[in-house]
Ligand binder design. Structure first.
Ligand code: PXP
Length: 262
């Protein structure tokens, strides 16, 4: 398998968070998207939240019309978001759970209990030519349900794995990595394309990148944070190097839990 078989989608939501802290236009998420592509991003991800706390409707319009790489629109499973997606026809929609009070997307989408509503929701997007991804916990029953509702892709939520790494919980990290490996194998066997993301950093990316069934990682907050220190193209380039190294040297051992900065 070529190392480039692992794509990097850069999530630019938090460029918009910074812009919105003062209002106005700066920093511009579209400019960030161009710089991420310059650094090696294969696609751009943006989450249009119901409360518009970061990405705005105008951002989506500009990204869709000006980007040279695929746009992955993250959104909740609401009628309003479905209409927006159908208007813009992004390359993919990643359906995520959304709670107003949460700081970020906590936990995966409930699929088993929502089959009746998800099936037609997904079918309508697919009919318009949009690939549909479900952001889920790495759980076998949820993967089975994702295949049943007609999803093209599952994105495995790596948040718990990353949190355990931050807590230096080596046993927990090993357990979570095994869950991701099993989930990726099951999803690919069910005919689903496999993505992963949430909370990934330079320290935690390699073991996830080394899972052969995973073909795309979506990474945002850490890259935007690193961009402050060395620029976005540099941060994306460094992440790409680590991802490619992980693919060249598979299998990668569990990460040494990360030491917190004093
Ligand atoms: N994938 C999905 C579905 C997400 O909701 C997010 C966060 O917006 C990410 C990936 C990226 O997570 P992070 O910003 O922590 O890298």
């Amino acid at each position: 398998m070529s190392v480039r078989a692992l794509r990097l989608g850069v999530n630019i939501d938090h460029v918009a968070t910074l812009r919105n802290a003062r209002g106005g236009m700066h920093p511009d998420p579209l400019r960030a998207a161009h710089l991420a592509i310059e650094g090696g991003a294969d696609g751009i991800t943006a989450h249009l939240r119901e409360d518009r706390r970061h990405i705005s409707d105008t951002d989506i319009t500009r990204l869709k019309s000006e980007l040279t790489r695929p746009l992955n629109l993250e959104m909740a499973t609401t009628k309003e978001m479905q209409q927006i997606a159908l208007r813009h026809v992004p390359n993919a929609c990643c359906l995520v759970p959304e709670r107003r009070q949460e700081r970020t997307t906590e936990g995966g989408l409930e699929v088993q209990g929502a089959v009746k509503t998800l099936k037609p929701f997904i079918a309508k997007l697919k009919d318009a030519g949009i690939r549909v991804s479900l952001f889920i916990e790495p759980d076998l029953k949820t993967i089975e349900a994702a295949a049943n509702v007609g999803a093209d892709i599952v994105e495995l939520h790596t948040g718990r794995y990353c949190n355990l790494a931050l807590e230096h919980d080596a046993a927990g990290v090993a357990r979570e990595l095994e869950r991701h490996r099993k989930a990726a194998t099951a999803a690919a066997a069910a005919g689903l394309e496999v993505h992963a993301g949430h909370g990934l950093t330079y320290n935690t990316v390699k073991p996830i990148a080394a899972i052969p069934e995973i073909v795309e990682l979506n990474i945002g907050h850490f890259l935007v944070g690193e961009a402050i220190f060395g620029g976005l193209p540099m941060a994306v380039r460094r992440m790409r190097v680590l991802m490619d190294e992980a693919r060249e040297t598979m299998p990668v051992p569990s990460p040494v839990p990360v030491r917190r900065a004093k």
